[in-house]
Design a binder for this molecule. Structure first.
Ligand code: GLC
Length: 421
């Protein structure tokens, strides 16, 4: 095994807390939703049984209404803010109050495909739980059934401070937010983290949800923020397809039929998110109908979602080519040509290997093999040069944010490593 493969395995084992994995010791000391999905992909490379367990423990946090929360708090330590008392959710184990990109069904399908015999019972047990979660997304985050999924908190999108939320965040009034102490800026350089203005609003939105007793439908309709997100929309569309295929294989035809109705709306939803002026898909503020004014890397997940429209695809690919040419270590999370691009600040410019994996896989499946190879080669260079960081500066490839990061190690093992051919 090559050195970096060995190192990646070591990181995953060191971040394993027994059945679940922390994203990064210190900065993120609990279980995060889509991080666990990526972790399972990494574990599958050397311990398939442990990979299944990661997904199973994630579902321990599922709410009675089907939602799988973005954080499951695994201990009572005061080492993370905002902790259970800020969220005020009455769940055991304690959790946060909104969700995160639903990648689990896609991962479950690939675990199952690796070994159908070993995986059949576990996949079957997870199927109704996955279905309930997807139904929750469609019913409460797309109540009008338009085929676009809303983020009601920037954290729900998994892209905390992306410029996609700037317009909607400016309308959130942070006045009266309960005073608090951030932990993240004691762990990493504040210049790489969301700003204080953003943070006050993040907490304000949580306080609104708590006061609404986490009525998710009401939060989508009336809460401080609801932005249709190409990331959530495309990842869910893809996960719906995988869930449907899994249900077919397992002979669960009622599940497959319900999922098919969601997949049918996906093309219409993508049409709503397309912005010809940007030559890209873009987030859409559901409160005032305004689209984001710049290109975020999630736009390129259309291929991963299996969304195809010849005219749009050509334009989107030209945009991807332009963005990759502007950033030697892509894929930058936000357009380097945009005035609000910020090379080291989280989701406002840096490259994230996890996003590259989803983009690259989608491109490859769409037959766009050269572009897929370019994205994979960039990812490999990032990790070879910088180590297993949370994210990287797309101009010089230097690592930023948290170190020894679980999902970066997982993506290396599952896809970016040369040993994956
Ligand atoms: C940050 C990321 C989010 C991730 C979490 C743990 O909040 O924006 O996507 O799940 O860290 O890694």
């Amino acid at each position: 095994m090559a050195d970096l493969d060995r190192r990646a395995v070591e990181i995953m084992k060191a971040n394993d807390r027994g059945g679940f994995t922390v994203p990064s010791a210190g900065l993120y000391p609990h279980q995060w939703n889509w991080d666990s999905a990526f972790a399972a992909l990494g574990f599958a490379e050397f311990d398939l049984d442990r990979a299944w367990t990661e997904i199973e423990t994630l579902f321990e946090g599922q709410w009675p209404n089907g939602m799988v929360p973005h954080i499951i708090f695994r201990h009572n330590g005061a080492d993370y803010f905002p902790g259970p008392s800020v969220w005020g959710c009455e769940q055991v184990p304690p959790t946060s109050g909104h969700s995160q990109p639903p990648l689990a069904a896609t991962v479950v399908r690939s675990l199952f495909e690796r070994d159908r015999t070993a995986g059949a019972a576990r996949a079957r047990a997870l199927l109704p739980k996955l279905l309930a979660w997807h139904r929750w997304f469609h019913e409460t985050r797309d109540p009008e059934g338009r085929g676009v999924i809303a983020a009601t908190h920037p954290w729900e999108s998994g892209r905390d401070n992306a410029p996609d939320w700037d317009g909607a965040m400016a309308k959130v009034d942070p006045t009266g937010v309960t005073p608090y102490d951030r932990h993240d800026i004691h762990q990493v350089d504040p210049a790489m983290r969301p700003t204080q203005e953003d943070y006050d609003r993040y907490i304000r939105i949580i306080e609104w949800g708590r006061a609404a007793a986490w009525d998710h439908l009401r939060i989508t309709r009336e809460g401080p923020l609801a932005v249709a997100d190409p990331g959530l929309t495309f990842i869910l569309t893809r996960a719906d397809r995988d869930l449907g295929a899994l249900a077919e294989t397992l002979g669960e035809s009622a599940c497959a039929r319900e999922v098919a109705t969601w997949v049918d709306r996906a093309a219409e939803g993508a049409g709503l998110l397309w912005q010809d002026r940007l030559r890209s898909y873009a987030a859409l503020d559901l409160r005032d109908g305004r689209p984001a004014d710049g290109v975020s890397s999630v736009a390129f997940l259309a291929f991963f979602a299996g969304i195809s429209d010849p005219r749009r695809d050509a334009r989107l690919l030209a945009t991807l080519d332009r963005v990759l040419s502007a950033a030697p270590f892509g894929v930058p999370s936000f357009d380097p040509a945009h005035p609000r691009f910020d090379a080291r600040r989280y989701w406002r410019g840096p490259s994230w290997p996890v996003m590259n994996y989803l983009i690259g896989r989608g491109l490859e499946e769409a037959g766009l093999v050269d572009t897929a190879a370019r994205v994979r080669a960039d990812t490999r260079r990032l990790i070879e040069g910088g180590g297993f960081y949370e994210y990287y500066d797309p101009r010089d490839g230097s690592g930023a944010g948290g170190g020894d990061f679980t999902w970066t190690a997982a993506v290396w093992l599952a896809w970016a490593s040369p040993s994956k051919a």
